[in-house]
Design a protein around this ligand. Structure first.
Ligand code: HEC
Ligand code: HEC
Length: 448
């Protein structure tokens, strides 16, 4: 017995020595070189921080020259300024701006204005104060171009829809949160303020009343990113065709993008939005948009091959813009916002009985690979999937779901809360989940 024990001790000691030697051998070259990085490593790190900064600037502040559309064409700046400040109509007060979901970056608000806001001496009903905020570049995702105190034009950025603030100062005013979906933003109501909607009446070949009806159908947190391609403003059931603004964080590792996925990756979509939605000046190529049957508006407008006159203000920014977006991490759920014990139990429901992880593969929570499905696989209608080149829905990567719970879940918010989502899968996939399993599963979803 004693002999056998000694033999075992010998084996274990030898094994430990071998492991130690192997680890030492692997570390040796690094130790020899010391902490200094190679020239290429230094280059890569410097490039990464340059791209990150440049991309953040583009995401937050770059209009890609789209003032030519939002200002010169739609004349939105005139409606914001109001007649008393050289524009038209009553103007947009800070209170109105906040009520349509625009956000104010408190770090850009000049100190005297912050003091005035605190003291309640800044008149939030006066459009002149909206102009002051614009001049300070404090309205998230909107840039005013001024000549002295006159607002001459206006442009929008990615941050318009894909950033919000943490409400640190008051609701709607706080520090920027890039990548969060602004589910308060009423894009339709803002665009409808424009004194000149003829760009849309011409594009869609409809009258102004129809354009206004469509814009007012969207509501907060929604936008229709394909209306400019297919002209489909309403679904067969009469509901608006707009989709929810998705989160733009936690996208690294996710292959296909947007709710339907068939378009391509992040950089495809960035180029698409900058050129065809925001109407920046650039170049864009997608032969799929010449398909007049699926995309009649795009085909007759030549969107499949756009070359703006003048300098290209989009293409050179795409690399850093994608880099920045992929760098935005998924925000962690607030401590205490879910029940940890239930979430742990829910994790095993997610991975086994509920079959969620067959599509939402952890830790990406979408499939590695071609991450899309037919509508029949998830038990919903094909209206939105038919608008995409691949006729699919993308497996939504489940990330910080509660930070974009407002407006509901799925592309059109058809499920008001996570319970409704789980009930849908339970029925459609015949999962026969118990009430406790459903509750645990929901706590797990809240923890992601
Ligand atoms: C007017 C609002 C609006 C603006 C401005 C906007 N987006 Fe979006 N974005 C959306 C909507 C709505 C979708 C969903 C589109 C769909 O699925 O059809 C989307 C989708 C995305 C996605 C896909 C997210 C995912 O889950 O895969 C990315 C990435 C994105 N936008 C980046 C940008 C960038 C970068 C800009 C600036 C160049 C930008 N967006 C400007 C509304 C907007
Ligand atoms: C067959 C693949 C598949 C399975 C299985 C599946 N999902 Fe999904 N899931 C999807 C797709 C595709 C979407 C996007 C639907 C849309 O865009 O309308 C989605 C969307 C969601 C959303 C909405 C995300 C958002 O941002 O709005 C949640 C939450 C979700 N799934 C949870 C689950 C849970 C929980 C399970 C298991 C009970 C599950 N899914 C099973 C494919 C799947």
């Amino acid at each position: 017995m004693a002999l056998m024990r000694r033999a075992w001790v010998f084996v274990i000691v030898m094994a430990m020595l071998v492991v130690t030697a192997l680890v030492a051998a692997r570390q040796a070259p690094q130790r020899g070189r010391g902490p200094a990085a190679t020239a290429q490593e230094t280059d890569v790190s410097a490039n990464a921080s340059r791209m990150l900064e440049e991309g953040r600037r583009t995401f937050r502040y770059d209009t890609f020259g789209d003032e030519a559309f939002w200002g010169d064409t739609l004349k939105l700046h005139a409606a914001i300024a109001g007649a008393r400040n050289g524009g038209v109509g009553p103007g947009v007060s800070p209170k109105t701006a906040l009520s349509v979901g625009l956000k104010v970056d408190m770090d850009a608000v000049p100190a005297p204005v912050v003091a005035g806001l605190r003291a309640g001496t800044v008149n939030l009903d006066d459009p002149a104060n909206t102009l002051a905020l614009l001049k300070a570049n404090a309205v998230v995702g909107v840039t005013g171009r001024f000549n002295g105190d006159r607002l001459q034009s206006i442009g929008i950025q990615c941050a318009f829809c894909h950033s919000t603030v943490d409400d640190a100062f008051m609701p709607g005013i706080g520090h920027r949160l890039d990548g969060y979906a602004n589910r308060d933003l009423n894009v339709g109501a803002i665009v409808a303020l424009s004194p000149d909607l003829s760009a849309y009446t011409k594009l869609l070949a409809v009258d102004e009343a129809t354009v206004k009806k469509v814009l007012s159908s969207w509501g907060p947190g929604k936008f229709d990113a394909e209306l400019n391609l297919d002209g489909k403003a309403f679904r067969p059931d009469g509901k608006p065709a707009a989709t929810l603004i998705p989160a733009a964080y936690g996208l690294a590792g996710v292959n296909l993008h947007t709710w339907t996925g068939g378009w391509g990756g992040v950089t495809y979509w960035n180029a698409y939005v900058a050129n065809l939605e925001m109407q920046g000046r650039g170049a864009f190529w997608d032969p799929r948009l010449t398909n007049a049957k699926q995309y009649p508006v795009a085909a007759r407008s030549g969107f499949g091959n756009k070359r703006s006159s003048g300098p290209d203000m989009v293409t050179a920014k795409l690399a850093a813009l994608e880099f920045y977006q992929l760098a935005i991490p998924t925000p962690k759920p607030k401590p205490g916002s879910f029940d940890t014990a239930a979430a742990t139990r829910g994790q095993s429901v997610f991975g086994s009985k509920a079959k969620c992880s067959t599509c939402h593969v952890p830790p990406l929570f979408t499939e590695p690979g071609w991450n899309v499905h037919k509508p029949s696989e998830i038990g919903i209608d094909d209206f939105q999937s038919e608008r995409s080149p691949d006729h699919t829905y993308r497996t939504a990567p489940l990330r910080a779901l509660m930070s974009h719970a407002k407006g509901g879940f799925y592309h059109d918010g058809r499920f008001a809360d996570l319970r409704a989502v789980v009930d849908h899968y339970d029925g459609f996939l015949k999962l026969a989940l118990s009430d406790t399993e459903k509750r645990d599963l929901i706590e797990y979803l809240k923890s992601l």
